[in-house]
Design a protein around this ligand. Sequence first.
Ligand code: LMR
Length: 328
Amino acid sequence: LLSAVAATALVTGATGAMAACDDGEIVIKFSHVTNTDKHPKGIAASLLEQRVNDEMNGKACLEVFPNSTLYNDDQVLEALLNGDVQLAAPSLSKFEQFTKQFRIFDLPFMFKNIDAVDAFQNSETGQAMKESMTRRGLLGLAFWHNGMKQMSANKALVNPTDAAGLKFRVQNSEVLKAQMAALGGSPQPMAFSEVYGALQTGVVDGQENTWSNIYGKKFFEVQDGITETNHGVIDYMLVTSTDFWDSLPEEVGTQLATIITEVTATRNSESFTVNQAARKSVIDAGGVVRELDADQRAAWVETMKPVWEQFVGDVGQDNIDAAQKING
Ligand code: LMR
């Protein structure tokens, strides 16, 4: 009964909520938090929107709400469960409250690059993670890539000791809090939409993120520089609610799933290039990028990697071993 009610509410004609959708089309609202261009997730979401609206015209209608205009990541999963939106793509860090296995993606220096992340996600363990939250009403549809994280602060970060005593914004993740504590820093969980202001006003001293986020939200403007640590990953799960997915007519679900698979393959293969372009844009806009030599990098690894020990029980030694084997 509940799904039937939800499905009725999704028909635009009944609510008149979305001018762009035709009567009788299934309305799919997709809320996310990043900018739309020069961003792996922003571009992928826009491509999905375009393809659904072109190819499923008359059956379904997709509208993207980027830049946290609708919800931030702490609210969006609840909104999915309530049927207020039908798609979201929060970073994997945001799922640890549902399944502690997701903590593997936040462990510092676990994956050497985005290709290693991709290979792990495509393993049996990775694929099973998409369906690990169905009991809680959430269904993962695809992993979407962003890329490797870099560190920035209001002072030069060259050696890990430079981070001691600084306040770092982190996503709300136990692993990321432990990682900043290992550096002698103070972790401050905060929504993505608040980071620029917090850096600007000195509520926090630094942050970690991908090139596309550092450029897209202009963090470089309010930081001394960005250190190319590549110490972790920000990746996403495109997620829906089981209620919504189960309510779709079979043919609609099949077509949507096919489009999602194709958009995922097309955009994931470009994510590295998109981030490298953002890195260049940071430099072109006057941002300072610091590269680490081998010894400096080894010092960051040595300081942060012990965090793994705290989370082995959550993520499983076998999964850590599998990830390390992929790194080669
Ligand atoms: C963050 O909160 O820093 C990121 O997860 C934002 C995003 O979606 O890339």
